[in-house]
Write a protein that binds this ligand. Sequence first.
Ligand code: ADP
Ligand code: MG
Length: 726
Amino acid sequence: MGSAALGEAIKGIRSWAMNEGRVIQTPANVKDTFGARVFNDKVQQARLPKPVYTSLRNTMTQGKALDISTADAVASALKDWAVENGASHFTHWFQPLTGITAEKHDAFYGPTADGRALAEFSGKELVRGEPDASSFPSGGMRSTFEARGYTAWDPTSPPWLLVNNNSVTLVIPTAFVSWTGVALDKKTPLLRSMEALSAQAVRVLKLFGSSASRVTATCGPEQEYFLIDSNFYFARPDLLNAGRTLFGARPPKGQELEDQYFGSIPERVLAFMADVESELYKVGVPIKTRHNEVAPSQYEVAPIFESANVATDHQMMTMETMKRVAPKYGLACLVHEKPFAGVNGSGKHLNWSIGDDLGNNLLGPGDTPHQNMQFLFFCTAVIRAVDVWQGLLRYSIAHAGNDHRLGANEAPPAILSVFLGDMLTDIFEQVEKAGEAKSTKTGGMLDIGVGALPKLPRDAGDRNRTSPFAFTGNKFEFRAVGSTQNVGLPATCLNVAVCESLDALGTELENRLKKGEKLEDAVKAILKATIKKHKRIIFNGNGYSAEWQKEAGKRGLLNLKNTVDALPEVIKPEVVKAFEKYKVLTEAELHARYEISLETYNKTINIEAQLMALMASRYILPAALEGVKNVAQSVAAAKAAGVPSREGKKHLTQLVRLVDAFKAQTDKLEAAAAHVGGAADKHAKYMRDTVVPAMVKLREIGDQLELVTPHQVWPLPTYREMLFVK
Ligand code: ADP
Ligand code: MG
């Protein structure tokens, strides 16, 4: 019963408030605990012989290959450190194409001849693992009989200790490839794309006279999520199995006032947050901000940015830690894009920039005109990249969960565009006309006279929550990423897009310089032509509005409204060409990803459809019939008592009609969902065009039933309870 869950939730909240909530725990000093469970630079320096340390550092900072003797020495030190800290097992941790992470634990200890156990761990075991890969998706790249898959240590992301109640495991971040070297994960292409981007960015920097030798893509992913009482979570089969509610009437307006209903609420949530942060600090995840989000029971957590691959690992660890810690506080953490229809959904804002090895953020406007020229060049390259690679970027955020969000009630539309803010737009308008800007709208901050480009204030100032891709002062924020996503994929696609753009613009700059043009003139000419050609992607208005849909159409921008429309973008010839040119993924690897995404979409919709039919038949229909019976009995009793109720009878008629419609639609959904396969792309279209609409219809009627069925017999916790009883 839904109301039983409510009772349990309230009990849980009360006793928590009285017990745990009262215990004052002094938070540990972050300075002492940060990275305490990480085999980080400090530990490496202390434990590795100098030449080994230097060699490992070179691998980490310069991408130099690691030789086996270094690996052996690192493995030995790593094992000692882990065992001293209580570790019994190690695991190669990887990010297969399922979207989550995978790990297989191996014991350090092997038996010796005299019957003792000895901790062993060789360089080979550190560098290479071999999980049975056959049950991970490969999109047909590896048939089951060729189950061999390798995990390869990613030395640029430090190992750490996973501490549970009764076990400590050394976790080694790895890439996952097939025995033929085909990438089966999200990490491998990310690392490859970072290499490619670095090469092109360094090439451009050289033209500007920089001595930088390496450029790193940096990411700071903000995570939105919901927290609800776990009693509610366990009483909702849809949340348990699909991560989102498939039924549920919206709470009446003004319900927010109930927010303060239980005084202890924020304390429990705050205690959860502090615990998550403390756990993450220990494993070196630099969490920086936490706050309430727009929707009731919705929150956000954001880290300090790091290199894209480390940020990706840390982001996965953040989601996993939140889910793991929540039950300790009687909570369930929901990271789905749309757990509650009609309530704001969750995204993952991927803040992205590029920095060189001299410590410069290449998307920071800088102070001198010279830096500005370089900044404008890089910024223009990003603008061009988003325009040229709209389809690829749209693909990178396409999955069933995000379909509920993009272009729906909130969140950015499915159309890619770039927000620059008034001031930067003004500058680019001037650049388009003259190749340079002589003034800014705000005035007073400009170095005129130097004949070059303007001095820019660091802050872009205004913000736009409706833009999918916004410049925010010294970085771009890709705001259309879904909250469940591994940011590795969007980061990879962004890296490739910008890499190609820098390559194209850099080649032109080189050619002009070869012809003897002055740097300043050449840059001006390129900026002018590029902005003219790609300015259609710049949009500072309201992305949620219907006018923008029309305007974007006029501008010829892509509007791929759902996953099924967006996925084929990844196998377009130009995408394949670019990914092959920069050695990020081969055509076969891209096709495999396409197939896996389609399969995942089909499976997701199928699970949801089956679940809905199950909930309809076994939860909602019986409850609704119970409601009908109650009314029917009352109406009959009133009539028998000689006072027939006209309105009661009318109500009963309406109720019965609704129940009939619900049952009929349940049958329809079941029939629709019974459709079998065929080619994955055709099946996906069928899912989108037939199954999803049948689900929407069933939900509509189900939610009407909820509103007319007595609370005591309604079998599911309601939105009102889940979102406001905390
Ligand atoms: P905002 O208020 O614009 O969201 P914040 O400074 O709070 O700005 O940053 C939001 C996120 O952006 C944080 O996760 C932060 O680490 C990240 N970020 C800041 N600078 C960079 C950068 N150069 N590269 C990548 N991410 C960055
Ligand atoms: Mg932000």
